[in-house]
Design a protein around this ligand. Structure first.
Ligand code: HDD
Length: 683
């Protein structure tokens, strides 16, 4: 490649990563110095039964590298999973922003997205009750743009200076490091009760949003108010949303806890498999926009990160789509070493004065310095921009770039005063020229001091099952709090949100109901309820409980129809191997009663088989009963029907059996598309 091409060409992220990717398969083993190794089983010794020799450089190199394999885990969001993909804007956003990647609908921008839980360690379970991180790195031609958001649109605190306090409170308690990846303990709830700005976010983390069904079925939010700035220098306030094409869906708390035991990698595996199967997760990018002039038009302060902009008041304009279509090659090199930063912006996107955002702008670089061992983390393949970059920064641990020449300062004459800053016209980033005229103060604006109205808005917007889940979540979490005083403080605090909510969980946790009156605030925002989200059968997992000599023709028909609708049937029996159908057809078993569990599936299709014994019957019946108590669709044909507990399940919503096979299949697919049947009475 000519020098010119090397310097000036933008690369696709895939091409760039390939240059750093190696494949050891089929190769001779060498040391890191390239020396071929003749033996890798025995260290060098003085005699077969003698001591190991210091001279054994191969042993020392191998052991030293191993001893240094771990790096500090992220202080928050330690457990994560990521994938590559691409983003395309639907129409030019020129009117609002000059950001290059938001101009041309024919252009694709490579992205890397990392999802995470917040509180747990790297090895914790995926189904913790927690916010989920949703970080996107756009590798644009103008540099990397990072949208570092969560699946919850508000935050616990209003000023970044309180972040260490919040995280100390939610992490395992320091004296005994218990509990892992959970907010159900004294210090977290003590923080909540004594920092009441957390009320709104706590409503979200106690809701179903905090236990998503899948990373593919979660919304993402930039949380803060940002700015769009157009070519003319005109700014608009903007909030970012990711809307999953499959809709926003959750599991229930009993399932979440069991999933953490049965398959702690549930969300990781789900994302990995979806991409491997070609069911690429898709999210539409939406923006809410408020003009500069309307900064004070709302009943809340738009700079306050504990507030949403209700979608019914300020519609979300859908502007593009992201598709995740490639799994990583190597978890550590990519997912663990990726470094996000809300301060990685491109021309056309700028910050607001949200004090939480302002503090984040410091914290993210600082944390990478420790985590990734120095200031050259931008050179790691996953973090490199795909556009060329030049400046006078030099040296430091692990430096990879070999900067030619002797000039590393600005201004200079020896290199014609280059690299030189670019003008605005040449794409140089210019901070938005906001006029500031103020006193230096440590204070919070009066306009940030209403902590309850939007928490009530959230409560008002929930369906009946969602409200029940909230009451149960508060009852569970506070039921684990030892301090009675803290429990009482939390009840009193949430009386300001809803008397119905607080009175109900007060009863469950053995403290007095809150005093006072209900707030009388009746506004609701239907967009907040997941009941109103898109529901589809696509990629829902149906477990087929089946035995030898199953009724072949029927089963084959149902499986074919399920697959046509994008449903994923998986075969479960009492042992692995092949099953024979009554018509001579065959099915291979994917799971057994030992290796899988009801909580890992969205629906059950009970088929049974004419040769199965009592043990099969008992295990299948238990499995199905659990699915039933989790409100999931259940279908049964032929020998599958006796597996249902008909005394309880007969004519229950979402339990499908009987009729011609075509009719059964249609009704079963409809039930799968409905996801859950909350109206079931479960004892
Ligand atoms: Fe943060 C990581 C999201 C407030 C300090 N944060 C981190 C990640 C996400 C968020 C998704 C994981 C990035 C990854 O996948 O590598 N953080 C948020 C959101 C916030 C927020 C949506 C509020 C709106 N964060 C926040 C504050 C501070 C931090 C107020 C500190 C002042 N966050 C960090 C951090 C982390 C981090 C310590 C840990 C690892 C990292 O940055 O790279 O710097």
């Amino acid at each position: 490649m000519s020098e010119d091409a090397k310097v000036n060409k933008n690369q696709s992220k895939k091409e760039q990563l390939e240059k750093f990717t190696t494949d050891d398969r089929g190769k001779k083993m060498t040391t890191n110095q390239g020396l071929k190794v003749s033996e890798d089983e025995f260290s060098l010794k003085a005699g077969e039964r003698g001591p190991t020799l210091m001279e054994d450089f191969h042993f020392r190199e191998k052991m030293t590298h191993f001893d240094h394999e771990r790096i500090p885990e992220r202080i928050v969001h330690a457990r994560g999973f990521a994938a590559h993909g691409e983003f395309q804007v639907y129409e030019s956003m020129k009117e609002y922003t000059k950001a290059g990647f938001l101009q041309d609908p024919s252009k694709k921008t490579d992205v890397f997205v990392r999802f995470s839980t917040v509180a747990g360690s790297r090895g914790s379970g995926d189904l913790a009750r927690d916010a989920r991180g949703f970080s996107t790195k756009f590798y644009t031609e103008e540099g990397n743009y990072d949208l570092v958001g969560n699946n919850i649109p508000v935050f616990f605190i209003q000023d970044a200076i309180k972040f260490p306090d919040l995280i100390h409170a939610v992490k395992p308690e320091p004296h005994n490091e218990i509990p892992q990846a959970a907010s159900a303990h004294d210090t977290f709830w003590d923080f909540v009760a004594n920092n009441q700005e957390s009320a709104h976010m706590v409503m979200w983390t106690m809701s179903d949003r905090a236990i998503p069904r899948s990373y593919r079925m979660m919304e993402g939010f930039g949380v803060h108010t940002f700015r769009f700035v157009n070519e003319q220098g005109v700014s608009h306030f903007v909030k970012f949303h990711w809307k999953p094409v499959l809709g926003t869906h959750s599991v229930i708390w009993d399932e979440a806890q069991k999933v953490n035991g049965k398959n702690p990698d549930f969300h990781r595996l789900d994302l990995w498999e979806a991409i491997e199967n070609g069911d690429y997760p898709e999210y539409e990018l939406g923006v809410q926009i408020i003009s500069n002039e309307d900064e004070f038009s709302q009943e809340f302060d738009i700079l306050d990160p504990t507030k949403i902009w209700p979608e019914e008041d300020i519609p979300v304009k859908i502007i593009g789509k992201m598709t995740l279509n490639r799994n990583v090659e190597n978890y550590f090199a990519e997912t663990e070493q990726v470094a996000f930063h809300p301060g990685h912006v491109v021309p056309g996107i700028d910050f607001s004065n949200d004090p939480l955002l302002q503090g984040r702008l410091f914290s993210y670089t600082d944390t990478q310095l420790l985590r990734l061992g120095g200031p050259n983390f931008h050179e790691l393949p996953i973090n490199r921009p795909v556009c060329p970059f030049f400046n006078n920064q030099r040296d430091g641990f692990g430096r990879q770039t070999i900067n030619r020449g002797k000039v590393s300062y600005h201004k200079n004459s020896l290199a014609d005063n280059t690299p030189e800053p670019a003008s605005k016209e040449e794409g140089g980033f210019e901070h938005y020229h906001e006029k500031i005229d103020a006193h230096k103060v440590r204070a919070r604006s009066e306009s940030f001091k209403d902590h309850f109205t939007q928490a009530t808005l959230f409560w008002n917007s929930m369906s009946k099952p969602e409200k029940d889940h909230l009451i149960e979540a508060f009852s569970f979490e506070l039921g684990k709090v030892e301090s009675k005083s803290v429990r009482q403080q939390v009840v009193d605090m949430f009386g300001n949100v809803s008397m119905e909510l607080a009175t109900n969980f007060a009863d469950a946790i053995g403290v007095n109901p809150p005093e006072g009156e209900d707030t009388g605030y009746t506004k609701s925002s239907p967009a907040l309820s997941q009941e109103n989200s898109v529901k589809k059968p696509d990629t829902r997992k149906v477990v087929v409980i089946i035995g030898q000599n199953y009724s072949g023709a029927e089963v084959n028909y149902v499986l074919k129809e399920l697959k046509k609708k994008g449903v994923q049937p998986e075969i479960l029996s009492n042992k692995k191997g092949m099953l024979q159908g009554s018509d001579g057809s065959e099915l291979e078993v994917d799971h057994t009663f030992l290796t899988a569990d009801s909580v890992l599936f969205d629906a059950v299709y009970a088929v049974g088989g004419s040769e199965e014994d009592k043990k099969f019957f008992k295990q299948a019946a238990l499995f199905i009963h659990e699915a039933y108590s989790h409100f999931k669709p259940i279908g049964a044909t032929q020998e599958g029907r006796p597996l249902l507990h008909l005394d309880e399940m007969e004519d229950a919503p979402g339990v499908i059996y009987g009729g011609e096979i075509e009719e059964f299949t249609d009704r079963f697919i409809e039930a799968i598309a409905a996801h859950r049947f909350w109206e079931r009475e479960v004892v």
